[in-house]
Design a protein around this ligand. Sequence first.
Ligand SMILES: CC(C)(COP(=O)(O)OP(=O)(O)OC[C@H]1O[C@@H](n2cnc3c(N)ncnc32)[C@H](O)[C@@H]1OP(=O)(O)O)[C@@H](O)C(=O)NCCC(=O)NCCS
Length: 169
Amino acid sequence: MIHVLYLISISELPQKNLLKTFDCGIEEVNIYLSRYAEKNDKLGIGKTFIALTQTKEIAGYFTIATAQVKFEDLPENAKNHLPKYPIPALRVARLAVNKSFQKKGIGKYLLTQAFIKTVHVADITGLYFIIVDAKESSASFYEQFGFQSFTDKALTYFLPVETIRKAMR
Ligand SMILES: CC(C)(COP(=O)(O)OP(=O)(O)OC[C@H]1O[C@@H](n2cnc3c(N)ncnc32)[C@H](O)[C@@H]1OP(=O)(O)O)[C@@H](O)C(=O)NCCC(=O)NCCS
C-alpha cells in the first residue's frame, strides 16, 4: 500500500496526544517524541518534523539542530582542504519510523526531507556537513546513503552537503 504523507512541523500537529502513540521499537526515541520534542521545538533547540498519514497517524519523525564537527574527529580522507577549526554542520538528532510503517520507504522519505532542509540552510549560511546519530540497528541504513563514521564515534555519521547537492542535481 502506498502511503500519502504530509510533512508538518510538530507545532502544527492538531492532536498532541498522537505523540504518545508513536512506537519505533526504541524506547528512548519514542520518549523523545512524546516528552521533549515539542518543548525543544518551542525553545528553538531542536526542530521536529512529523510525517502524518492521510488517516492522521504518525508514520515517522525527525529532529534537526545545528552542530559543529571537530577537525580532529574527521578521518584523513575527509580532512582535505578543510581548516583546522570547528566545521559547521546540521545534526539529524533523531529519525524514526513507526513500527507498522517500517520497510516501506518512509525512512528514506524522511532522510530526503532532512537533506532538502539541509540544502536550504546551506544556501544562506555556512554549513559543510550533515551528521546523524545512528543506532546499532540503523547504522547500515545510513551507510547506503554514503554516510561515513567519525574516527572515534562509530555511530555518528557524516556526509558533506556538497555530496547531497550533487545527488540532487
Ligand atoms: C532505521 C529506520 C529509520 C529505517 O526506516 P524504514 O522506513 O524502515 O526504511 P526504508 O523502508 O525507507 O528503507 C530504505 C532502505 O533502507 C534499507 N533499510 C531499512 N532499514 C534498515 C536497517 N535498519 N538497516 C539497514 N538497511 C535498512 C531498506 O532495505 C531500504 O533499502 P532499498 O531502498 O534498497 O530497498 C527505521 O527502521 C527505524 O525507525 N528504526 C528504529 C529507530 C532508529 O533506529 N532510528 C535511528 C536512530 S534515532
